[in-house]
Design a protein around this ligand. Structure first.
Ligand SMILES: [Zn+2]
Length: 252
């Protein structure tokens, strides 16, 4: 596919940040997740509303909201495409746990749309790595699917081996921001031979506190990376409130 821009209409109003994708963009995305010969025999269903015809129907795509701007410590810049709720949450769940790998392609296009206002100079794109044991259990790394598809669209070199997870980390669902930082600190290591003096984009599926991307950035810089950018498909809204527990159930 050729390079593609999807224009989201973003604006800051009295109710806060709202962004929607244009009708043309939605049609294109719906097409991306719909047609193969096999689908005529086993028609795909929308992963959010179960409507038959595509893995993400136009109505659910239209409900997706662009994410408010985020910053992450240790990154030169970061972009996040969508807010982690409704159809976005369903799409990420389907990509991550239900094996609907074909969603990576249209979801990567939504990330492309979020990169429109950047002028990053990029040498390579890498996913946030899973631990090998997790890869064996799941069969694939959902962030790697996103990073590979993003690299193809942006004409960035894709490199999965530049960073690896050197120790397993506990699930972060019930950890607060500080606990998350401690949980992932030192969990990653990057290969100097591949990243030294290069500008790297690291891709995650969901950005919550930013602890994971920050830990990846630390590893890349230790290996000599010149710049480290981050992208995530979705931004999770959470309520820390000093309780140590986030308000959004099922957060990754
Ligand atoms: Zn739907």
């Amino acid at each position: 596919m050729t390079h593609l821009h999807l224009n989201a209409n973003r604006q800051r109003g009295e109710t806060g940040w709202r962004g929607r994708f244009s009708v043309d963009a939605l049609k294109l995305l719906a097409h991306q997740v719909s047609v193969t010969a096999l689908d005529l025999i086993f028609p795909p269903q929308c992963v959010h509303c179960q409507r038959v015809g595509s893995f993400l129907c136009p109505r659910c795509l239209a409900q997706m909201e662009t994410a408010p701007p985020r910053t992450v410590q240790g990154l030169d810049d970061v972009r996040v495409a969508l807010t982690f709720e409704g159809p976005v949450r369903s799409a990420i769940h389907a990509l991550k746990y239900e094996g609907v790998k074909r969603l990576a392609e249209p979801l990567a296009l939504l990330i492309v749309s979020a990169l429109e206002d950047t002028n990053w100079s990029v040498d390579m794109v890498c996913p946030v790595p899973l631990h090998q044991r997790r890869v064996r259990e799941r069969g694939y790394n959902q962030s790697a699917l996103l990073a590979r598809a993003l690299g193809e669209h942006m004409k960035w070199e894709y490199c999965e081996e530049a960073i690896s997870r050197v120790r397993e980390t506990q699930t972060q669902t019930h950890l607060n921001a500080q606990q998350r930082r401690e949980n992932v600190a030192g969990a990653f290591t990057a290969a100097p031979a591949q990243v030294e003096d290069r500008c790297v984009v690291v891709v995650d599926d969901v950005l919550t506190t930013g602890a994971t991307l920050e830990a990846c950035a630390t590893a890349f810089r230790a290996a000599g990376a010149r710049r480290v950018y981050g992208v995530a498909l979705a931004s999770a809204v959470f309520a820390d409130a000093g309780m140590g527990v986030f308000g959004t159930p099922g957060l990754p």
